[in-house]
Design a protein around this ligand. Sequence first.
Ligand SMILES: Cc1ncc(COP(=O)(O)O)c(C=O)c1O
Length: 402
Amino acid sequence: MLAHRSILVYIYMKPLSTRTSGFTDSIIRRMTRISNQYGAINLSQGFPDFDPPKEITNRLAEIAPHGPHQYAITWGAQNFREALAKKQRHFTGLDIDANKNIVVTCGSTEAMMATMMTIVNPGDKVAIFSPFYENYTADTILTGAEPIYIPLVPPTFEFDANLLEDAFRKGAKAMVLCNPSNPCGKVFTREELQTIADIIIKYDGYVITDEVYEHIVYAPHQHVYISTLPGMWERTVSCSSLSKTYSITGWRLGYVIAPENIIDRVKKVHDFLTVGAAAPLMEAATIGLSFQDSYYHELQAHYTHMKQLFCDGLRQFGLDFTDPQGAYYVLLDVTKYGVKNDLHFCEWLAEHVGVGAVPGSCFFREDVHHLIRFHFAKRDDTLKAALDRLSELEQKAKTYKG
Ligand SMILES: Cc1ncc(COP(=O)(O)O)c(C=O)c1O
């Protein structure tokens, strides 16, 4: 009786927000749940299965009895911001001030949302390269703005500068730049960044960067911060995080770096969104921000090793995939298996081959259903076990009904 009454109430209640009515759950995070359901080796959602640096976890254990356990300053603990400013000054050469240019957030995820709300009004347009990381469309729509997509064309993922300029001619106020890029592994060259910068300056726009993979780049490619190009510091809001650099995706520590006038506003948006990042985790992670250059060299060497191990394996099976310049993903071409619905194929893969992947269609605006994404931020034994299972893909795919 009570249940019937509740259903009737729901029918007559006002509908929920139209802004969010088109949202599905995140396909990336859904694929983790599906991988778990089938006991698949999860190469879908990008997080490592190896430990963070001991110095960071030891520090966490050390501070557990006495804290800090209460709110930090809303825009981030002073010592964390000072260590971060020093590190980013070192890598960018920019004069970043811990008090004027930084807001610490709950991951780059919150950094981007707070930035989008700071820069963009409802009805504004935001340029986004496709393929893109899922959250950018959601961030844009939550802000009430409208995305305009500019293709990064496979296999080299180059863009047509005319199409980007066209987006700004049509009134785009800002663009999102994921560099190095998830999912396609593109690392933008200095020349490409200069082309983007020229357009941004010409049309008086903003760049919102997502640079969570800034330290995961494969030689001879190099990460260039667009904020360092002439005239771009004023127009760039740089979002990044500690998730990937220190293998602590669950700690939810990110940040925004920008000129003071923008940061002043981000501070307020961030304060109302989340109040602040976790105080004990900031305290423990501060030690990581003070690591010497050797840490970042070792990180690059470790990722280069994982990339080689995984890509060599895929090559050996005759599989066709993108070889990334940065980040830790490959896009595998599954055309030959007659895939019509890549989500269905990924579910089949998790159940019958035992490896979790993300359907490529969730990254593309264009009608792309022949790519699936694997990540390789895993221990050698995990990657070898996944490759072992994938060695049977060709055979098992004969039974796949697309
Ligand atoms: C491009 C990109 N941006 C942001 C994130 C999430 O970053 P964070 O953990 O700092 O919120 C991810 C996670 O995979 C990512 O790939």
